[in-house]
Ligand binder design. Structure first.
Ligand code: GDP
Ligand code: ZN
Length: 309
C-alpha cells in the first residue's frame, strides 16, 4: 500500500525544477516537479504528493491548476518567460530619485493589462524635494488621469505606508521597479519576515539567495499577499498583435471607439480621436510616445508571435 497522499498547495518560491510550496495549514516545504512536462511558477496552485515517511523523499508537485492569470515577460532571447501566476495586481514603484524610467513603468502596466491584471503606481520617497518638481508631478498625474490608483508615500515613514496595506487586502500583488526606488524597504515593512524567510527557504533547496534570483510569495498580516521579484528590472510583455497593444493604455483605449476606423492604431490614420486628443493636449504626449515604442517592440517580436500561432 502507498502512503502517498495528495494535497493542494501553493507555490511560494520557484527555482526551476525545485520549488517551495505552502500547504493549506500554512506549512512550507521544498518540493520537486514530478515529470518533465510539468512547469510551474510562484503563485501557482498545485497538487503535491507528500513524501513517504520512510524514504526521506521530498514532496512532488504532480499537477498545476488552471491559472487565473499568468504574468510573463519577453526575455533577452525574445522568448516568453512566465514570472508569476494568479496575480491580481501589479504595482510599479517609482521615486523622484533615481530618475524614473517611465517607459519601463508603462511596459509593466501594459504587460499587466494584457494579462488581465490590474495596475497601480506607488510614488516612494515623496518627502524628498524632488517630488515637488513640476515635471515629476505632471508625469505622475498622467497615471492618475489614465485611471490608475496612485499612492504617494515614504517607505521609511510607517504611517504613510498604511494605504498600501489597504490596497493589498484581498490582492495577490507584485511590486516592480527600478533598482534603488525603495522596493526592498517597502517589502520589508509590509512583510517583515520576507528577508529572513526568503534566505532560509532558499537554503533549504540548497541554492543560496546570492546565487539564485527567485520570486517569492509572502502573506501579509494585514491581508493579501505580496510577490517579490528581485530579478525583474527591465521589462517587455510577451508578443501580442498590434491592435492589442493599446490595451496597455487605458486612456488611449477609452478614446479608440471615437476613431473613424475601428482598427485604428492611432499612428497617422485620418479621423483618429487619439491624435486629436494629443493635439489638444488632453492626452499625455509622453504616454502616447510610450505606446508607440511598445508597438514597435511588438513588431520586432512579430516572428516569435507568428511561430507561437
Ligand atoms: P530597491 O533597490 O528598490 O530595493 O531599493 P532599497 O529599498 O534598497 O532602497 C534604496 C535606497 O533608498 C536606500 O538607501 C533606502 O534607505 C532609500 N529609501 C527607501 N525608501 C525611502 C524613502 O521613503 N525616502 C528616502 N529618502 N529614501 C528611501
Ligand atoms: Zn485612432
Amino acid at each position: 500500500m502507498s502512503d502517498a497522499i495528495e494535497t493542494p498547495a501553493r507555490v511560494t518560491e520557484s527555482f526551476g525544477r525545485r520549488v517551495i510550496v505552502e500547504t493549506t495549514d500554512g506549512a512550507r516545504m521544498p518540493a520537486e516537479l514530478f515529470g518533465k512536462r510539468l512547469t510551474c511558477v510562484c503563485g501557482d496552485e498545485v497538487t503535491i504528493r507528500a513524501p513517504s515517511q520512510s524514504s526521506g523523499d521530498v514532496a512532488k508537485v504532480v499537477s498545476v491548476a488552471p491559472r487565473r492569470s499568468l504574468f510573463a515577460r519577453t526575455n533577452s532571447r525574445g522568448r516568453t518567460e512566465p514570472l508569476a501566476a494568479n496575480l491580481s495586481l501589479i504595482i510599479v514603484i517609482i521615486a523622484p530619485n533615481p530618475e524614473p524610467d517611465l517607459f519601463i513603468a508603462d511596459r509593466y502596466l501594459a504587460g499587466a493589462a494584457l494579462a488581465g491584471i490590474s495596475g497601480a503606481l506607488i510614488v516612494n520617497k515623496s518627502e524628498l524635494p524632488g517630488a515637488e518638481d513640476p515635471t515629476f508631478q505632471a508625469r505622475v498625474q498622467d497615471y492618475e488621469r489614465a485611471g490608475y490608483p496612485v499612492l504617494r508615500l515614504s517607505a521609511k515613514n510607517e504611517p504613510t505606508v498604511a494605504p498600501v496595506r489597504e490596497l493589498l487586502v484581498n490582492q495577490s500583488a507584485m511590486l516592480v521597479g527600478q533598482s534603488g526606488v525603495g522596493k526592498s524597504t517597502l517589502t520589508n515593512r509590509l512583510a517583515p519576515e520576507s528577508e529572513r524567510a526568503t534566505r532560509s527557504l532558499s537554503d533549504s533547496t540548497g541554492e543560496g539567495r546570492h546565487t539564485t534570483v527567485s520570486t517569492a510569495l509572502f502573506r501579509l498580516s494585514s491581508g493579501g499577499e505580496l510577490i517579490d521579484s528581485p530579478g525583474v528590472r527591465d521589462y517587455a510583455p510577451p508578443p501580442v498583435e498590434d491592435a492589442m497593444v493599446q490595451v496597455g493604455w487605458p486612456e488611449i483605449l477609452k478614446l479608440a471607439p471615437e476613431c473613424k476606423f475601428n482598427n485604428c492604431l492611432h499612428l497617422r490614420e485620418p479621423g483618429c480621436a487619439v491624435l486629436a486628443a494629443l493635439a489638444q493636449k488632453t492626452l499625455s504626449a509622453r504616454r502616447y510616445e510610450s505606446y508607440k515604442r511598445l508597438l514597435n517592440i511588438m513588431r520586432g517580436l512579430a516572428p516569435e508571435y507568428e511561430r507561437r500561432r
